[in-house]
Design a protein around this ligand. Structure first.
Ligand SMILES: Nc1ncnc2c1ncn2[C@@H]1O[C@H](COP(=O)(O)OP(=O)(O)OP(=O)(O)O)[C@@H](O)[C@H]1O
Ligand SMILES: [Mg+2]
Length: 402
């Protein structure tokens, strides 16, 4: 039997027809969109751990804001960007390219006057044609620039602008960026010109903390929108809907095992779904397909998502064996040093303290002082689930339903 294409998109923001959950965060963000459309500046920080679905949620809200609220959304991926000029140029280039084929294209071109050029093979992309001095000026006067753009958009029946600054890792440690955000917010708030703007920053919680450290007043500026793991029901809904879209049935036990191994982490769910889909030959996922697929997914996650230094460190047999033990019952996401020691063999025990130091340095685990002395926890679900599944290979944590 021939297979359709996989409905899973590991590594990419999810297409909207496969989007699951996040209802309360969507409601909150749409309230902000409505409020921004009345001219009240809205600014939020969307945070959550790696692979939890931040970019997907931001993208989903952008689409809803465009379809239902007449907004123009610009999703800017700023990974690796460290300077304000590169960031501002990226935002404006994205706006230009977003406008292509839209009714408001001419309005945007007009607001940039003759500072637009066609680039790329066949001239398919647009780029801002601006000299460095003018660009610096635009960075320092971003509020008036936004005002001008939103004025032009108004004449094209657009109600506001959603600017998403995603993957701000490089910028979040820059005092210049922190001060730029603060002064942008202050300038807009104290200006007599309303700008219907919703600014959405997206990143890990530690990035938000880093910004607030650099510019303490930002803690009052951001509304924090946090994304947590999916519930089991949401994970079930995700797998069931995705497989049913490609006419694949799932045995109940196989579904439960996939839900368990995904641990509510969307990136894991996609890797598992994709691997199981590739294993299946008869459009029916039974326990055996799920079992094999889950372990294939763990291998893929290890190679694709773990940091190279972590991957290298866990090639040590003893470290691997310890990690498997701490990731499974009776411990799990959190564990206490002295309790783990009790179940370690002699060779593992000898390297256990080195292991704790190294894994802490690498950010696989962190101390958990709020829990008590000698407590540690995994830094994120991705690491934890990887070791949990890998442990299942030998311990039968994830049972095949054969
Ligand atoms: N609500 C959702 N419904 C279905 N799939 C989702 C959802 N959210 C995220 N995903 C999927 O999970 C994976 C990770 O999502 P995404 O890239 O949005 O996460 P992220 O938090 O932005 O990750 P990172 O921290 O790496 O930037 C992707 O494969 C995406 O398709
Ligand atoms: Mg992302």
């Amino acid at each position: 039997m021939t297979h359709e294409n996989s409905p899973f998109t590991p590594g990419y923001p999810v297409p909207i027809e496969f989007f699951v959950g996040r209802k309360s965060q969507i409601d909150l963000l749409l309230k902000k969109i409505i409020s921004a459309s009345t001219g009240r500046l809205q600014i939020a920080f969307l945070c959550g751990e790696r692979g939890i679905g931040k970019s997907s949620l931001a993208y989903f809200v952008k689409i809803l804001s465009e379809r239902n609220h007449h907004f123009v959304g610009i999703h800017n991926y700023l990974g690796g960007v460290t300077s304000l000029t590169v960031m501002v140029r990226r935002i404006l280039d994205n706006l230009l390219n977003e406008s292509v084929d839209k009714a408001w294209h001419e309005k945007i071109i007009q607001s940039f006057k003759n500072h637009v050029k066609r680039v790329g093979l066949f001239g398919v992309s647009l780029e801002l044609d601006i000299d460095p001095k003018d660009l610096d000026h635009t960075v320092n006067n971003f509020a008036p620039t936004l005002h001008k753009i939103s004025d032009q958009l108004k004449t094209a029946e657009k109600k506001g602008l959603l600017v998403i600054l995603d993957d701000i890792n490089g910028l979040a440690s820059s005092a210049e960026f922190a001060h730029w955000i603060k002064s942008l917010v202050d300038t807009i708030a104290t200006s007599d010109k309303n700008i219907p703007l919703c600014l959405l920053l997206v990143g890990l919680e530690e990035r938000r903390q880093s910004l607030v450290k650099l510019q303490p007043s930002l803690s009052r500026v951001f509304d924090i929108i946090d994304i947590a793991a999916w519930s089991d029901d949401e994970s079930k809904e995700f797998f069931s809907e995705a497989f049913s879209k490609v006419n694949v049935d799932i045995e109940q036990k196989a579904l439960e095992n996939m839900v368990f191994a995904a641990g509510g982490l969307p990136v894991m769910a996609h890797e598992i779904g994709d691997a199981v889909f590739n294993i299946d030959k008869d459009n029916y996922i039974d326990g055996d397909d799920a079992y094999k697929g889950i372990f294939n997914a763990a291998d893929i996650v290890g190679r694709k998502h773990l940091e190279p230094q972590v991957f290298k460190a866990i090639q040590s047999k003893k470290y691997r064996s310890i990690l498997k033990k701490v990731a499974t019952k009776p411990f799990g996401f959190e564990f206490q040093r002295k309790e783990v020691i009790e179940i370690l063999g002699r060779p593992e025990e000898k390297v256990f303290d080195n292991f704790l130091t190294r894994m802490t340095e690498l950010g696989v685990i962190i101390r958990s002082p709020e829990k008590g002395k000698g407590y540690y926890k995994f830094r994120n679900l991705l690491h934890y689930l990887y070791f949990l599944i890998t442990a299942g290979k030998t311990k039968n944590t994830i049972s095949a339903s054969k």
